[in-house]
Design a protein around this ligand. Structure first.
Ligand code: ATP
Length: 455
């Protein structure tokens, strides 16, 4: 399909964006500038898929880059948040749930493999030629509503044919050398659309790998691409598919010759992906790529793990967490298998970082997962109706106070204690026993006045 009606397009946009897009079209037309919907939005429109982010391009040859912000400000209602960023003056607009990026049509030239491109204002066609795949190099010119009802898809590189063939095709043989991160984009986009790499593209990727292009990109850029593999789970995508592609294509081995994606990592990583969409407990914020990487690398030799983390510029506490996961897995899974009762599980899991907890959940047996979920959802947030101050008033202090509080918490988790009264009675009992044994530091143990006495 190479034509679409304006109505169809506006129906597919998030309602929060319709007014902005119409405003931009009117503003651009009134200045005799051409405005296009480009990239993923056109692709998804043609595939009848939900549109995620909207990318638009303003063709304004010879204009200064400030024109983009000028058009955006003139077109948008007051409540729209406008942010100008990047060397090329791209403007992001946000309204409700809708997000739209408007950029000046530009060309990009790569002076050396993997380097950032030199960017210049250009025609729409040149802008489409700089893109990663044919299916992302489509555009639809937009007009203010009354001017045209039927819109023609601009397709200078054969992207419509690629859509029909369900293929991802690079636009020239140097594409991966210019920007090797396109391999990661292909690994994410292929499974999302159900598309495969065109044969020539696969060959070009192998050749680029043989030329060592992956050694030219920074760890930060590769890590950011891998992070997206895991955050894409939020779209219901299985990270295993993307990682499997990267492994089959030789991209992982190009990052480190010993880096593999073994079949034993698949189920745990799939589980992590599902947990992003349906969290098994109410989590504190965490970065899905950290448990993802921990689980993926855990069975590799420690020297390889270390090297891979360095290659991905994963440093500091995050690197320690991922490196330490092998030991943590061993100890805590063993602890869980021996734990009898909820307080024992609490003892095994207490203090674990949320990212390690997710990694542990992903590799645990089904019984272990049940223990983890119950602990994370219920027990770790369990508050006991007794405070440190209550225990101080019984004469406790120092480590002894901590031990008694822990004993009370365990009593609540295991259902032995049901209320504050029972907890304080137990505390008194423990204080009494300890002071007879002379072990606990008790400042002249006081007798608690019962609630009834106080009333
Ligand atoms: P999504 O639906 O996830 O937003 P998208 O295809 O729009 O997918 P973006 O990452 O938002 O992906 O990029 C927008 C467009 O910019 C792409 O469709 C593509 O045309 C172009 N693009 C992005 N990254 C690259 C790249 N590394 N090389 C060439 N073109 C790129």
């Amino acid at each position: 399909m190479s034509r679409m009606s304006s109505k169809e397009i506006f129906r597919s946009l998030s309602p929060d964006l319709v007014e902005i897009v119409q405003g931009l079209a009117e503003e651009a037309n009134s200045r005799n500038l051409r405005l296009f919907l480009v990239g993923g939005a056109v692709r998804d429109l043609l595939l009848n898929r939900p549109i995620m982010d909207v990318d638009m391009v303003l063709e304004a040859p010879g204009a200064a880059r400030e024109i983009v912000a000028e058009v955006a400000r003139a077109a948008c209602p007051q409540n729209v948040k406008i942010v100008v960023h990047g060397r090329f003056g791209t403007v992001s607009m946000e309204s409700g749930n809708g997000k739209l990026d408007l950029a000046l049509a530009r060309s990009e030239t790569y002076r050396s493999p993997g380097a950032l491109p030199v960017v210049e204002a250009a025609s729409l066609e040149e802008d489409l030629f700089r893109r990663d795949f044919g299916v992302n190099a489509l555009a639809l010119e937009l007009f203010s509503s009354e001017r045209r009802a039927q819109l023609e898809v601009t397709d200078p590189v054969g992207g419509l044919r690629d859509l029909d063939r369900k293929q991802l095709r690079i636009l020239h043989s140097e594409s991966f050398r210019d920007d090797p991160t396109r391999a990661f984009r292909a690994a994410r986009l292929g499974p999302r659309l159900g598309f495969s790499l065109a044969r020539g593209t696969r060959v070009a990727l192998s050749e680029s790998i043989a030329h060592g292009v992956f050694s030219s990109i920074s760890g930060d850029r590769i890590r950011r691409e891998l992070e997206k593999v895991f955050t894409d789970s939020a779209l219901g995508l299985d990270p295993v598919k993307a990682l499997k592609y990267l492994s089959d294509w030789g991209v992982l081995q190009a990052l480190d010759s010993s880096l593999t994606f073994s079949s034993s990592a698949r189920s745990p990583i799939r589980r992590l992906g599902r947990a992003v969409v349906n969290p098994p407990w109410r989590s504190s914020p965490y970065r899905p790529f950290v448990p993802g990487l921990a689980v993926w690398l855990v069975d590799l030799p420690s020297a390889v793990r270390q090297r891979v983390l360095q290659r991905l510029s994963v440093r500091g506490e995050t690197a320690e967490r991922i490196m330490g996961f092998a030991r943590l897995r061993h100890r805590r899974l063993e602890g869980l298998s021996k734990a009898r009762g909820r307080s024992a599980v609490d003892g095994v899991l207490a203090g674990i970082h949320e990212e390690s907890l997710y990694a542990l959940y992903a590799v645990a047996s089904s019984a272990g997962r049940r223990q983890i979920v119950r602990w994370a959802a219920e027990d770790r947030v369990q508050r006991v109706p007794v405070t440190g101050a209550d225990l101080v008033s019984l004469g406790l202090e120092g480590p002894a106070l901590g031990r008694v509080l822990a004993r009370i918490r365990a009593g609540f988790l295991d259902g032995e204690l049901l209320n504050r009264e029972e907890a304080l009675t137990l505390a008194e009992e423990l204080v009494r026993r300890a002071s007879t044994r002379g072990k606990t530091r008790v400042r002249g143990a006081k007798k608690r006045s019962s609630k009834r006495d106080a009333e």
